[in-house]
Ligand binder design. Structure first.
Ligand SMILES: [Zn+2]
Length: 283
């Protein structure tokens, strides 16, 4: 714990007893010695105290269905390493953390609300199901150092799921992962595909005009903080009118280009493919 990071978190609005979902780029945080991710973890735990709950995304690999043999070498189980950075791994390694059972998009949490956050999140639920639990618990969202490099609040994904958009993609059922239970390994097929969030920064100005965003530095890293329910309401109002607002600006992006509810974007995607191939050959 560093007192400076604790003060930064308090200035941003984090309080004792908060339930908070944290995403971070730990490298952006300045610490004099030791691991920046550990310093952030300790400082958040100190700020929210024993009545607070820290939540992180402990996502793991997915594969195309024709890669099943390879996928079987990296099955999901409760101890599978996270691919979402140092902070989620610190939470996973903590003896009192609880991890949900969704094979590709597991959430992990520590604190009195941990079970309530991960409850019901498994192979039969959508990838961002726990966001609903977070909202119901009056939870908050914190981004540290990744505001531009990995933009967006995770509530957007949950809005997309609630509006029935997440499985309207040609990628539905194309990808999944192996799930290990004891010696048994089975294939998990993803129906909903949360996909690309590179365009989620477009919501920032809407949060600001709704007056729901707190911004500041945490350990020198630019950070944002918002109430999850308030963020969800802003995003839902926008995406109900135009679900393509959340797309990124790269016409060749597979994730944004294969959404069946956006035929114009899909046309742009398929037109961009021969151009991309040509550029590769022509250097
Ligand atoms: Zn995209």
């Amino acid at each position: 714990m560093t007192q400076r990071i604790v003060s930064d978190l308090q200035n941003l609005g984090l309080r004792s007893g908060d339930t908070v979902l944290v995403r971070c780029a730990a490298k952006a945080i300045n610490v004099e010695t030791g691991s920046p991710a550990k310093a952030l973890f300790d400082s958040i735990c100190h700020t929210i105290g024993p009545t607070g709950t820290l939540v992180a995304l402990s996502f793991t690999s997915d594969f195309y269905f024709w890669q099943k043999q390879r996928a079987a070498q990296f099955p999901f189980h409760s101890r599978t390493k996270s691919e979402t950075g140092a902070l989620p791994q610190i939470v996973l390694d903590h003896p009192s953390s609880v991890r949900s059972k969704h094979p590709t998009n597991s959430f992990v949490a520590i604190g009195p609300n941990a079970n309530a956050i991960v409850q019901g999140h498994d192979e039969s639920s959508t990838s961002f199901f726990p966001i609903k639990n977070l909202i119901d618990l009056g939870g908050k969202l914190l981004l540290v150092g990744c505001v531009d490099s990995s933009p967006g609040l995770s509530t957007v994904h949950r809005v997309q799921e609630d509006l029935g958009l997440a499985d309207k993609t040609l990628m539905s059922r194309m990808r999944g992962c192996a799930v290990q239970e004891g010696d048994d390994i089975r294939w998990f097929e993803r129906k909903d595909v949360a996909g690309c969030s590179a365009g989620f920064g477009k919501f920032y100005r809407h949060y600001e005009s709704a007056g729901i965003l707190r911004t500041g530095l945490v350990g020198g890293a630019y950070s944002i903080f918002a109430d999850a329910a308030a963020a969800y309401n802003v995003e839902r109002t926008i995406l109900e009118k135009d679900p393509t607002v959340a797309f990124c600006d790269d016409p060749s992006c597979t994730s944004c280009g294969l959404r069946t509810y956006a035929p114009a974007r899909m046309t742009r995607f398929f037109l961009s493919v021969p151009l991309k191939v040509a550029r590769r050959f022509l250097g």
